[in-house]
Design a protein around this ligand. Structure first.
Ligand code: NAP
Length: 247
């Protein structure tokens, strides 16, 4: 089975993805930024499934920290076979006219620069031309990339639009190197991220506008990510999977 790195997996969709991948027998590098106790607890939980797992602190918006993260993975788990670019932030809701450069740049470096940096380190390890054996990358984007999040967080939506373009371009760039690059676009998923956006009950407010009438669970996103990483998706690259209840 593989050695997979999941950025931002101390909670939410990343943690659910760790649990699903561990159950399938993959070894895991669980990256976190601030939540060490949660990451350590998750490591213990998934190790009980008989896999190897490590927790590594790194702010993935910082290049040196990303390099150290991948080096720790090389040393402690072995050759990388898959990357889930998942770490992301949402900042308090406000219209574009109130956003300052500090906010916009913080959001873009955390949600976009980090994905580029992690893709770069993954390619250096997985590309056939670098002596790798190929692999798979799954980028976690958002339905917000399509919908725009007007009046809430257009900056966040735009960061996810960039991830969609990264997925399309990179999938073509590394296809001949044995690396598949795909994207999931979750809709309203029940995690603590909405609290960070200033509205813990956001899903309750918007659920009547979701055709399926409910938000999604982190596990429903994790299952799609696991499939895209798997050999069952061996001819799938540059794809976008909507996990948004029909929205
Ligand atoms: P979440 O519960 O808020 O979890 C975010 C995770 O990202 C945490 O583990 C956090 O770790 C980590 N993180 C944040 N900044 C980081 C950094 N600079 N470096 C490393 N890790 C960092 O969020 P979620 O809902 O699971 O979201 C996961 C992904 O799904 C994000 O990319 C998000 O945009 C996307 N998404 C979510 C929804 C939704 O409705 N929830 C919908 C569409 C897309 P620490 O706590 O250790 O800092």
């Amino acid at each position: 089975m593989g050695n997979i790195l999941i950025t931002g997996s101390s909670r939410g969709i990343g943690a659910a993805t760790a649990r699903v991948l561990a159950a399938k027998g993959h070894n895991l590098c669980i990256n976190y930024n601030q939540s060490q106790p949660a990451a350590d607890q998750l490591v213990k939980q998934v190790q009980q499934l008989g896999i190897k797992a490590i927790a590594v602190q790194a702010d993935v918006s910082q290049e040196q920290q990303v390099m150290a993260l991948f080096n720790a993975m090389d040393e402690q788990l072995g050759p990388l076979t898959g990357l889930v670019n998942n770490a992301g932030i949402l900042l308090p809701q406000m219209p574009v006219e109130q956003m300052d450069a500090a906010r916009i740049n913080r959001l873009l470096t955390t949600n976009v620069t980090s994905y580029f940096l992690c893709c770069k380190e993954a390619i250096k390890r997985m590309a056939i031309k670098h002596g790798g054996r190929g692999g798979a990358i799954v980028n976690v984007s958002s339905a917000a990339a399509r919908l725009g999040a007007a009046g809430e967080y257009v900056d966040y939506a735009a960061s996810k639009g960039a991830i969609d373009t990264l997925t399309r371009g990179l999938s073509v760039e590394v296809a001949s190197q044995g690396i598949r690059v795909n994207c999931v676009r979750p809709g309203f998923i029940d995690t603590k991220m909405h609290t960070d956006g200033g509205e813990p009950d956001r899903i309750e407010r918007v659920k009547s506008a979701i055709p399926m009438g409910r938000g999604g669970t982190p596990e429903e996103v994790a299952n799609a990510i696991a499939w895209l990483l798997s050999d069952e998706a061996s001819y799938v690259t540059g794809s976008f999977t909507e996990i948004a209840g029909g929205r």
